[in-house]
Design a protein around this ligand. Structure first.
Ligand code: 13P
Ligand code: SF4
Length: 336
């Protein structure tokens, strides 16, 4: 491929000025000058190729504000993938998210800028594990977090995200199921169990990012800062949720901050989420602590540009597995 100069020209500066206004507290001008040419070229190329960039809330601000066409939590990205009229989806997030888009849009080209962007939850369970669970607990529906491979989704009855997990479990309860199996996140399952009468059997997976938070982190911060509002993702351990003021998916945390505009807030979740919320809510003082997801951080502007230029790496799924996984994902979309 021909090498391309990515200079900070006047044209690039003018085209990226509005984004820089939002991000000027995050990037010094010298740093921005190295990012802006990528933002410009990615936005130009995605129009030319009728590609859509789906960016998760954990993408760094340059990606989130600079090139994301649709940004949000796992549920929103799945819903939007199902609706898009673009020819090509560039998934800025981790591999299971790209697989979810491919499951919903098998006819489209779905590209992930780095195939190694995995997930500790997704890696904790296989389709064979779900089959074994179903044999052990016949007749009990399996609710599977979207943070899983297509193979695992294919073996499950319905998917869920952190936005709708409680709703899905309660919907199954109303259909007469007094017990459900939740895979693979044990903390999400325990946090849902605390809010429902439906009995939950859970798998032992954890998110390597959210499992690191402790209640002591929250107590320490409350001692150091007055009036701090603490929001925790439901992948955190239940004792962390108990010490927080609010728990919700990344999109639900975003809405909470936008609507309530607390003077000071701390998010028990991935670091870029706090950066993106801080950029969008300049009146809210965002306080550490946060944890970095090494998988999410594999996605960078240069890799997104390369993905657009080369139209790869493409995500492919065995069509038979994909069709069965689609049933679980669509059932989730219907119930939510
Ligand atoms: P949500 O954005 O759906 O809350 O998920 C968080 C997450 O960990 C995705 O990897
Ligand atoms: Fe997986 Fe956790 Fe990273 Fe999300 S934050 S991709 S759940 S490891």
């Amino acid at each position: 491929m021909e090498t391309q100069r990515l200079d900070y020209t006047q044209e690039v500066a003018a085209a990226t000025e509005a984004v820089y206004q939002t991000l000027s507290r995050h990037y010094a001008m010298d740093h921005w000058k190295s990012l802006a040419p990528y933002v410009y070229e990615i936005n130009r190329l995605k129009k030319e190729k009728n590609a859509v960039i789906l960016a998760h809330n954990y993408m760094t601000p340059d990606i989130f504000f600079g090139v994301g066409d649709i940004v949000g939590d796992s549920l929103k990205l799945a819903q939007e993938a199902a609706k898009t009229s673009a020819n090509m989806i560039i998934q800025c997030g981790v591999h299971f998210m790209a697989e979810t888009s491919k499951i919903l849009c098998p006819e489209k080209k779905v590209i992930i800028p780095d195939v190694l962007a995995g997930c500790s939850l997704s890696e904790s369970i296989t389709g064979a594990d779900v089959r074994a669970l179903k044999e052990k607990y016949p007749g009990i529906p399996v609710v599977t977090y979207v943070n899983t491979s297509a193979d695992v989704k294919a073996e499950s009855d319905v998917c869920c995200t952190s936005s709708n997990a409680l709703k899905i479990v309660n919907a199954l309860g109303k259909l007469g199921h007094d017990t459900v199996i939740m895979t693979p996140d044990k903390f999400l399952a325990q946090n849902v169990a605390a809010q429902t009468d439906v009995k939950i059997i859970y798998w032992e997976g954890t998110c390597m990012v959210h499992e690191r938070f402790t209640p002591q982190d929250i107590r320490d911060m409350r001692q150091r800062y007055d009036n701090i509002v603490v929001l925790a993702h439901p992948e955190c351990p239940p004792d962390v949720i108990a010490e927080s003021d609010y728990s919700g998916s990344t999109a639900q945390m975003d809405v909470f901050i936008k609507e309530k505009q607390p003077g000071r807030a701390m998010l028990m979740t991935e670091c870029s989420m706090s950066d993106n919320i801080a950029a969008a809510n300049p009146k809210v003082e965002m306080i550490g602590t946060c944890q970095m997801c090494p998988h999410m951080k594999r996605i960078t502007l240069p890799k997104i540009l390369k993905a657009l230029q080369t139209e790869g790496p493409e995500v492919t799924i065995d069509p038979e597995i994909s069709a069965r996984a689609k049933k679980s994902v669509l059932r989730m979309l219907e119930l939510s």
